[in-house]
Design a binder for this molecule. Sequence first.
Ligand SMILES: [Fe+2]
Length: 706
Amino acid sequence: MIQITGIVANESGEGIANVLVSNGERVVRTDAAGRYEIEAEPGVHSFVTVSVPDTHRIRENFYRRVPETDAALDFALQSAPERSNKKFTMAQITDTHVRTEPYYRPQGAWLGPETGPRLTNDLKQLEQESGADLVVATGDLTDIGTMDELKLFRDSIAPIETPMYPVYGGHDGHVELEAQGGDRNKYEYVEGVSCIQNYQEVLGPVYYSFDWGGRHFIAFSKEDSYFSKGDIARKDRWVIEDLSAQPEGRESVLYMHTPPPVEFLDLLGQYNVTLVLFGHTHCAKVFKYNNMVVGGPTPLCFGGYDGNSRGFRVVRFTEDGFKFDLVQQSARALPTERPIEVPVGDPDGVLKLLWEHELPAPTHRAAPVLHGHDLIYSVTDDNLRGHAGVYSVDSTSGQRNWHAETDSSVKNSVAVDKSGVGVATSIAGRVHGFDTESGRMIWEHDLPRYPGRWIYTKPAIADGVAYTGGKAGYGAYDVATGEQRWYTTLYTPIGSGDPAGDLWGAFPSPLVVSNLLITLLAGRGIVALDRASGEIAWETPLEVTHYYASPVMADGLIVSGADFGQLAALDPETGAVAWQGDVLDAQYPTQVLVEGERMYVATNQGRVRCLGKYPREAFWSFQAGDDLLDMNPFRREVRSMWAAPVRYGDLLAASGVDGKLHMLNAETGAHVSSTQFPAPISAAPAVIDERLVVATWDGRLWAFGS
Ligand SMILES: [Fe+2]
């Protein structure tokens, strides 16, 4: 052990009392003269850090390397009274994955050196859009954590005037883990050196704290599989000491890379932590847990796995609390024109605008479900304004019937039983049974590991039983009472990402085929569960992943995306592959509509492709235009399509992230019309009688008819 002493002083050289100083394990406080004293073990403790109070800012650095021998380490601060203003704005960015060597990601996107200048541009735009006083970056700053990448990140944020507070994510330690024989998919502890040496060299400590506007902020690393056991113990001790050192009544904000496990939230709940922010999953999610708000945004520089646009989160703090906004960032200006008619060709002419309705938050990829004359919409509220849940809208008048609030966003459609009970599953994993007439909640059931679930699927209902879940497991629930019939825990192979959980948005929904529940498990394949027992009846390995289309029945076979560019058809009795082929002319299907002998496949590359029966000839293809928002995983400025095509008379209505409703001749693919909407259309429109109800992703509805 060595002894480190020093003074934390202001610009006039006067010591500042009561400043927290740490060696990354223990936390001490400066005395009335601004002096501190702390022990450290060279080679074990890396840095001495100062938790900068909200009356000051740093003049040089808030951290110094732990020296080899006893030393005096002084810290120079500058008065910054404006930082104690309780009204201030913070922006959170995440998962920038800055990359120096060009690399083709399996998600179908190139990353390379252009990620650096792009980050600078996106941050400059963020500064203008948010007016943020500070920016936190929640890890995976780089793609593999080489020195070059970390320097590219550092240099790319250097032109940004707003103070930036980054934190480490697993990708930032990737090459170091590999060099030690580790595997980032195995989630094992590193017995050697923590994989943070490059990061520390370029960006400094991987965990630290500071104050701003009367609040305490903690940048924390909980990527435990990248740390040695000793370092895990030290950082876990530090976070408790740091929180314990906060004065009574001060609220803390903690941000980290991975979503916090419930046990960690329980711990933080003992220390007046009110907000926990994370990244990692490339998906937006927000939920409340005890007195905490917990949430994460999509990446800044490319689309999320959940089809959410690239962007950032803004947190506006005031005296009494804070407000959230998830901001979509786009290089393009959204069109301002509003649609007034949809041309449907001769002899039918034109559908006129009948009504408009605005839901208070996005519906995004949840297509409406028709029940009688009502349309039931699922709404996602990642700003936590009380809008999450299910809405019923009268399809004739456009009037809202009711709103049934859920605990967190409902990311996919509801399912409705013939008894009139609807079932909606929230992203955090609460299953809600509601009355479709009144919106009254009848029952609720939490899936195992609630609220740590990531449910993006639509429930399936058959014979009075609702089946719902995600990659980590499915359950069967009595539609009338919510009583659980069975729950089956599922796993995906090591290497598939979160093998025991369902992190990452997975929209492929389960499908009932006679006595089986057909599920698509990312990284594993198609798995059929026995509907009576929940046991696995058969499974077929396929290279499927989370942003694929839901499996559908076509021509007596289960059709699903397979390897990139492929579709496969499986025998529902046995799971045997009847055929498989490169028929997509795209990376993967996002939605499939089956009608008789034909399949209309929407793809991530913005095309609808009309396919026939085996040997799967393609009849026609239609290409939509440029995306209005960057809603495609890992990509930006591309063309994509999330919405399923729907049939309207002789026509096929295809909707794109280009914000256009494309009316096509279903037989020939001939283009009839394209109507521009002011935002992307990311879920299928509804067809009721002769009317067509289109929703843009943000929850605005337009009904057209003669
Ligand atoms: Fe990431």
